[in-house]
Design a protein around this ligand. Structure first.
Ligand SMILES: [Zn+2]
Ligand SMILES: [Zn+2]
Ligand SMILES: [Zn+2]
Length: 341
């Protein structure tokens, strides 16, 4: 994540709608990954550039409560919602007291996801071969709302449609799931990054890269349902740490890919943040995987040490074994060759 400053000099943050120092409105242009300060005139955001010039945008339809989306659209864009908000198709019942805040958190995490995808040059707008492209349903189940039909909502992906249990946006629910699933690093953003990995698998893997994929991750044609049943019944593969980034990654090559993909996005975003705060000079570039890993391991040391000083758990309890590195390298090569054109 980048750092942003208002024209008055105050540091402002990615999801901010106003500068706390001067009160100016803030709007984020995802195409430039830039947070502007300015003013709003109805549906138009007038960005005030430091040189005194102005630039006009449309505000996202979700700029109001509860989402408070600060993303902008080009004036001639036919859409009313920003590139992220318009991928949401179902939201949880806004008459239930907790749901407005859940929706805001879900959208904020999604915008963070989109920002990283954009930084990597990945297309978020869908593809003709996948029905309607990337889209999201945020659903509730009877564990948190007895009035809904669904007994159990599982987070998952199907041909571009990502379903998330809206309750994952609750700290309490997330904490309970962390314990239950033994996933101390579970997070809303992590869910988005994992599920979108399944989507990009469908988009980026073509016949030649599929052969290579199977060499690195295994054969994805292996019975998926059976693999997951076996994982939940008998647990992860023994010594999974040697070959997989997480226990769950050992359940099936598809899940291994999505877990490793999520990890790639975690590293990409966190390394950019680390650079912005002076922890490294490294700028992610094409074909520099070794340097990318080297810089990441330096940043991890600092990150974990800072948390230990605060009496908190390591934010990065992962081990990058040689096999896991080869999987990350495969993803890096694929993104380099297909996305950053
Ligand atoms: Zn300001
Ligand atoms: Zn929006
Ligand atoms: Zn998955």
């Amino acid at each position: 994540m980048q750092r942003f400053y208002c024209n008055c000099g105050q540091e402002v943050y990615f999801a901010d709608t106003h500068c706390v120092a001067c009160g100016k409105e803030l709007g984020f242009d995802p195409s430039k990954r830039h947070l502007y300060c300015g003013r709003r005139d109805g549906r138009v955001f007038i960005a005030e550039l430091p040189n005194g010039a102005e630039k006009r945008f449309k505000v996202c339809d979700n700029h109001h409560e509860p989402v408070r989306c600060n993303w902008l659209l080009a004036l001639d864009d036919p859409h009313h919602q920003c590139i992220s908000c318009r991928t949401t198709h179902i939201i949880p019942d806004q008459n239930q007291p907790k749901n407005p805040l859940r929706w805001r958190r879900l959208e904020e995490a999604k915008r963070r996801l989109f920002d990283t995808l954009i930084s990597l040059g990945l297309d978020t707008r869908g593809a003709p071969d996948i029905i309607n492209g990337l889209r999201f349903n945020f659903l509730e189940d009877q564990r948190t709302n007895p009035n809904v039909d669904l007994e159990f909502v599982l987070t998952g992906h199907s041909h571009g449609l990502i379903t998330l249990n809206a309750a994952e946006a609750d700290e309490g629910f997330l904490h309970a799931m962390k314990e239950q699933m033994n996933e101390p690093y579970r997070s809303l953003l992590g869910h988005f990054r994992h599920e979108v990995g399944h989507y990009y698998w469908e988009r980026l893997l073509k016949s030649e890269s599929l052969v290579q994929f199977r060499r690195v991750f295994g054969d994805e044609r292996f019975d998926y349902g059976q693999a997951l049943r076996s994982y939940y019944q008998y647990g992860p593969q023994r010594n999974w740490q040697v070959s997989f980034i997480s226990a769950y990654a050992s359940s099936h090559p598809f899940e291994d890919w999505a877990e490793t993909w999520a990890h790639y996005l975690h590293i990409t975003d966190t390394l950019e943040t680390a650079r912005m705060y002076g922890l490294t000079d490294y700028v992610q570039a094409r074909h520099d995987f070794e340097l990318w890993v080297k810089e990441w391991l330096k940043v991890v040391k600092v990150m974990n040490a800072l948390n230990r000083s605060m009496g908190l758990a390591d934010p990065y309890p992962f081990v990058l074994s040689p096999i896991v590195m080869s999987k990350l390298r495969f993803i890096d090569d694929l993104i380099d060759s297909q996305a950053r054109i």
